[in-house]
Design a protein around this ligand. Structure first.
Ligand code: THU
Length: 138
């Protein structure tokens, strides 16, 4: 799948964001190695801490459907009234969730402003010196 197609799905997912508190809307589209896509949006809560980021929504949807192998994620985000989007980097918690399931040097994190403007990072680049499942192996 082309980066622009994955970004388009993330932009669609962003429209579903539930953000009555921050008014900052994020969408994500997670591509599995087998070619399936799971989308996610951020979902906020009046108690604040139960809020969930778009990226984790996508991962938890996918893992709960039996997916464990991921190739890439496209992320778009910005204020709800923004005329155009800037790059939206995933929070530390979402990076750690990526660390659980994704290949350190091959998983692609696509930060997009739109379908034509994007930057691609590996998980290692955005979470250097990470702690993951391999650290717990004997
Ligand atoms: N948020 C995400 O969903 N993903 C990110 O990459 C950054 C932050 C959400 C959390 C919260 O609902 C809002 O954006 C403002 O932090």
């Amino acid at each position: 799948m082309k980066e622009s197609e994955l970004i388009a799905l993330a932009l669609q997912a962003r429209e579903k964001a539930y953000t009555p508190y921050s008014h900052f809307k994020v969408g994500a589209a997670l591509l599995t190695k087998s070619g399936n896509v799971y989308t996610g949006c951020n979902i906020e809560n009046a108690a604040y801490t139960p809020s969930n980021c778009a990226e984790r929504t996508a991962f938890f949807k996918a893992v709960s459907e039996g997916e464990r192998e991921f190739a890439a994620i496209a992320i778009v985000g910005g204020a709800e009234n923004a005329a155009e989007l800037d790059y939206c980097a995933p929070c530390g918690v979402c990076r750690q969730v990526m660390m659980e399931f994704c290949d350190y040097d091959n998983f692609q994190v696509i930060l997009a402003a739109n379908e034509d403007e994007y930057r691609v990072y590996t998980l290692r680049e955005i979470l250097p010196v990470g702690f993951g499942p391999k650290n717990l192996q004997a």
